[in-house]
Design a protein around this ligand. Structure first.
Ligand SMILES: NC(=O)c1ccc[n+]([C@@H]2O[C@H](COP(=O)([O-])OP(=O)(O)OC[C@H]3O[C@@H](n4cnc5c(N)ncnc54)[C@H](O)[C@@H]3O)[C@@H](O)[C@H]2O)c1
Length: 434
């Protein structure tokens, strides 16, 4: 299979390595495409096992020419979120299949364009939801599929981003709602996808509150950071700021962003307390699912630790899962949990709570990425997936609809009916909202 990658920033290297190294058998990287020629050259220089003159590179304006000349079977989309639709639609209409990073896109207009193009071309869209493949999360699916806790009735789900990872969404394109959809789309697409997959259902009603309480100009003053610069590089108060990102110090960040910024003005280390940020850092959402399950969801982007807590309430008992990914942030330093980072407990009514042995894996995102890459790039070499973890454009759509509806709920103060929202946008996902 021949692949081209569009968007050669931080994330694309996972796909590049999979195609050219770990799953090189039967796969070939034919081209890379980006607006920034320095990032393009950096990526091309790292491609291993390339025949001839190396991998072809194209400026974003030459995307059509790239497809015409290189004829990739699949285009992998790893650009910022607000550009996914453009490349997904263009690739489909040029006769290619698509693999896209999450979120598939950020609003219903862009979603409609993707769904129309997929339907009219019959080509495939795969959304790379790596979180489904984290062994500990697959284990929850296994327990729920077996009906161990009976019918699921309600879910409490909380996701905490710490002051290192969480802060990073407030530095660059993610921090603008029109570029990322806000964290309820950009980040929560993973979490709402997990919920759709775990419950085998889809959202019908969504209510939400969202605000920005921490990454604000007022907070900079409270933290003694008055007089801060627009970015960390050369910021007058950087030496006393726990949120400083030092692009010079980290080779990867320097070559990917600092050394390339003169070309496109992409500033990687903007101040997290800037006044022009338009996304929330504190969000709470209530979702009612088509099969009757209700869910309370919280996302906080400035927690002192990082991880998640989820409790499934069922007619026979409870299933509780807690994952401490980062134990704490002290100053700017993170401390990883030494042991027992993940716990899963089954508590059936009338019985003592039971700590389960948690399924484990190794590799990025709790062991998820290597498993997912096997399914994506070596489908013949893996077992048929009894957990149905691969995601197409429909799963991609459902995963963003909760967040898009939540954004609308925050903006209007109303409870949003997802079916009505889809109808207004002219989208039919083939389900009955009752
Ligand atoms: N699944 C995960 O766990 C995970 C993790 C990280 C990122 N992501 C996703 O991967 C995507 C990329 O994120 P990233 O962190 O690599 O971002 P990034 O900003 O580091 O990289 C984006 C790249 O796209 C390029 N680009 C910008 N405009 C373009 C255009 N018009 N045409 C072509 N290329 C253009 C930029 O120059 C840059 O090289 C995002 O959608 C993000 O949500 C997913």
């Amino acid at each position: 299979m021949k692949y081209a990658i569009v968007g050669t920033g931080a994330r694309h290297s996972m796909f590049r390595t999979a195609v050219t190294e770990t799953h090189a058998q039967g796969n070939e990287l034919v081209a890379l495409c980006d607006v920034n020629s320095k990032r393009l050259a950096l990526s091309a220089g790292k491609v291993k096992n390339q025949k001839g003159n190396g991998v072809a590179t194209y400026h974003a304006a030459e995307f059509d020419r790239m497809i015409a000349e290189q004829r990739p079977d699949t285009v992998i989309v790893t650009t910022p979120d607000y550009l996914h639709d453009k490349y997904i639609v263009e690739a489909l209409r040029a006769g290619c299949n698509v693999m896209t990073e999450k979120p598939m896109t950020i609003n219903v207009e862009k979603l409609k364009a993707i769904l129309d193009a997929q339907r009219e071309t019959g080509k495939s869209v795969a959304v790379t939801f790596n979180y489904r493949y984290t062994p500990a999360r697959t284990q929850l699916k296994d327990i729920l599929m077996a009906g161990t806790i009976g019918e699921i009735t309600a879910i409490d789900f909380r996701w905490y981003l710490d002051r290192v990872h969480g802060a990073d969404y407030f530095r660059r394109w993610h921090r603008y709602k029109d570029k990322s959809g806000g964290l309820l789309v950009h980040k929560s697409t993973h979490h709402f996808d997990l919920l759709n997959w775990w419950t085998a259902s889809f959202p019908v009603h969504v209510a939400a509150n969202g605000k920005r309480d921490f990454y604000t100009p007022e907070m900079a003053i409270k933290l003694g950071l008055a007089g801060h610069g627009e970015r960390c590089h050369e910021c007058p108060v950087a030496d006393r700021c726990d949120f400083r990102m030092d692009l010079e110090e980290n080779d990867k960040l320097r070559e990917l962003y600092l050394d390339a910024e003169d070309e496109d003005g992409y500033i990687r280390d903007k101040c997290v307390f800037a006044p022009d940020i338009t996304i929330e850092d504190t969000m709470q959402v209530q979702v009612a699912y088509a099969n009757g399950i209700s869910c309370n969801y919280t996302l906080c982007a400035y927690s002192p630790w990082e991880g998640l807590e989820i409790k499934f309430h069922g007619t026979k008992g409870e299933l509780t899962h807690r994952h401490v990914e980062v134990h704490g942030v002290f100053g700017g330093d993170r401390q990883r949990p030494v042991e027992d980072g993940i716990t899963t407990e089954l508590h059936l009514a009338g019985k003592a709570p039971e700590k389960l042995e948690v399924w484990e894996g190794s590799g990025d995102h709790g062991g998820a990425d290597p498993i997912m890459l096997g399914y994506l790039f070596d489908p013949q070499g893996v077992e048929p997936d009894r957990y149905n973890r691969s995601s197409d454009q429909v799963a991609g759509a459902w995963s963003i609809l909760t967040g898009i509806a939540a954004n609308q709920a925050i903006a209007t103060g109303e409870r949003i009916h997802v079916g009505e929202m889809l109808k207004t946008a002219g989208i039919d996902l083939g389900v009955d909202f009752g």
